[in-house]
Ligand binder design. Structure first.
Ligand code: ADE
Ligand code: ZN
Length: 338
């Protein structure tokens, strides 16, 4: 880093059709909205935007999550306002398809209902941007009023899927496999965070128990070649967030040049790149592409393949998929491009 000083490359990335399939709404909160809410607290850009910043632990990151962005999301209208800016920025960067999640238990503390929140977010998407909305929840959220909320969410037409997030080291409780199975029966797509703060074993557990076909992060699969081969054989895609992994000091990511995405890609794993929580990392999607080029030697063709992977796994029909892929094919077959 910094990843923004090559204008020719920036133009290349900009015009590449891209996806963002790992984006937390609360962690993407636009700074200008926080400044408007509390000008004093947000007078200066946060220290965690510095390139050299590293979080001490995931717990510290979660504490700051509560202290900063979460205070903003007190109504469906606030989600609408935030996501209007976030999704507008995605589209302005050449992103055509976005999967984004909100923390489902937020609904326990606000007056608006799930369907109202979903409508508010959906109506924030600019024309031409395909949007899929996920409900995120932690390993220990299925208790007390959380039970009814999670059960109810399976009936919401406007909800596209479920994502398991939060502290990965909490036990994976038995309710999860049951709810994930019933969510799929109800037509929802299911995914889960794994292989970020736990090793490859936990990725195997999540695949075996939750029967997901998509893993958020998953980079610690690299610790076990058998798990890597499994991802390849079973066509399990990883929604990787390189700058997030660096700033959260994920094991094996002491520097961007050490990031396992290079080896995972070379092994044939389907990887996408994403920004995760841009407010907390100060990153933009285009910088994730820069990082892969600059520190991991990805060629333009390889980056076009990474972008193409996003459309391969997108929750769209085959006609749409073919249209996006044929646009990207021009880059994949361009002999001049390297
Ligand atoms: N929620 C928001 N960001 C997260 C991350 N990087 N890992 C797990 N849960 C999260
Ligand atoms: Zn995440």
């Amino acid at each position: 880093m910094p990843y923004t000083d090559d204008l020719e490359f920036e133009a290349f990335i900009h015009q590449l059709p891209k996806t963002e399939t790992h984006l937390h709404m609360e962690g993407a909160c636009p700074f200008e909205l926080l400044q408007a809410m509390d000008p004093k607290k947000y007078a200066n850009p946060p220290a965690f935007w510095d390139d050299d910043f590293r979080y001490e632990s995931f717990d510290q990151f979660m504490e700051w999550y509560a202290e900063y962005c979460s205070t903003f999301f007190t109504s469906a209208q606030r989600y609408h306002d935030g996501m209007k800016i976030v999704l507008g920025n995605c589209a302005a960067q050449g992103c055509r398809y976005v999967e984004t999640s909100f923390h489902l238990p937020v609904l326990l503390g606000i007056e608006d209902s799930g369907p109202t929140l979903l409508d508010a977010v959906r109506s924030a998407a600019p024309e031409g941007l395909e949007l899929r909305i996920f409900a995120g929840m932690c390993h220990d959220d299925y208790r007390d009023e959380g039970i009814d909320l999670i059960e109810e969410s399976l009936t919401w037409d406007g909800l596209d899927g479920l994502d398991l997030h939060g502290p990965e080291y909490l036990p994976l409780e038995p309710w999860t496999a049951d709810v994930w199975g019933r969510a799929r029966q109800a037509g929802k797509f299911t995914k889960a965070h794994a292989g970020e703060f736990m090793g490859a074993d936990f990725i195997d557990v999540v695949l075996d128990k939750l029967k997901v076909t998509r893993i958020e992060h998953g980079v610690r699969a690299i610790e076990n070649p058998v798990t890597v081969q499994r991802l390849v054989d079973e066509k399990i895609a990883l929604d990787v967030c390189p700058i997030s992994n660096l700033k959260l000091a994920v094991k094996g990511v002491a520097s961007m040049s050490a990031h396992p995405i290079r080896q995972l890609y070379d092994s044939g794993v389907i990887v996408t790149i994403n920004s995760d929580d841009p407010f907390f990392f100060g990153n933009r999607l285009s910088e994730e592409y820069f990082a892969l080029k600059q520190d991991l030697g990805f060629s333009k063709k390889e980056l076009a393949q990474v972008a193409c992977n996003g459309f391969q796994i997108a929750l769209i029909d085959e006609i749409q998929r073919n249209a996006y892929e044929s646009e990207l094919n021009d880059y994949l077959t361009d002999f001049e491009l390297n």
